[in-house]
Design a protein around this ligand. Sequence first.
Ligand SMILES: [Zn+2]
Length: 148
Amino acid sequence: MLKRGKPLKRSYIKRRKKPKKRRKKTARKKLLDKLWKVCSLYIRLRDIKKYGGGCPLCNNNPIQVAFHFLPRGIKIIKYDPINLVGACKNCNFHEMKTRGADFRYEKWFIANRGQEEWDRLNKLKYTIVQYSLDDIEKMIKKFEGLIE
Ligand SMILES: [Zn+2]
């Protein structure tokens, strides 16, 4: 059995193991969080104005979130206002749970935004994009400008 008099000193090891890269990623992550926050706010404000506050997908609940038609994991269209709509939490949850199995949101999209836009988004699905910090900052400014 190991007896401990005082706590093990780990701080030195911890500090050494922290790579510099990770710190950079954190700054990037913070910027991406800020981008999503301002993008989501813009979408909700836009659609509260447009649809009078109610979720346009189900007409049952107030607009609470920014809803992605094609998954948020596809970076190139994650912040595309066409791929987003202000919706309620229920619709957002339902969509995430049934992705690929329930076409009601796809139908809504095509009825309201057109087949052409649907095809455009689907074509972009396979395009991989890596945003630079500058790109992210520009997008933040763009959405901030749209909100004002
Ligand atoms: Zn809804």
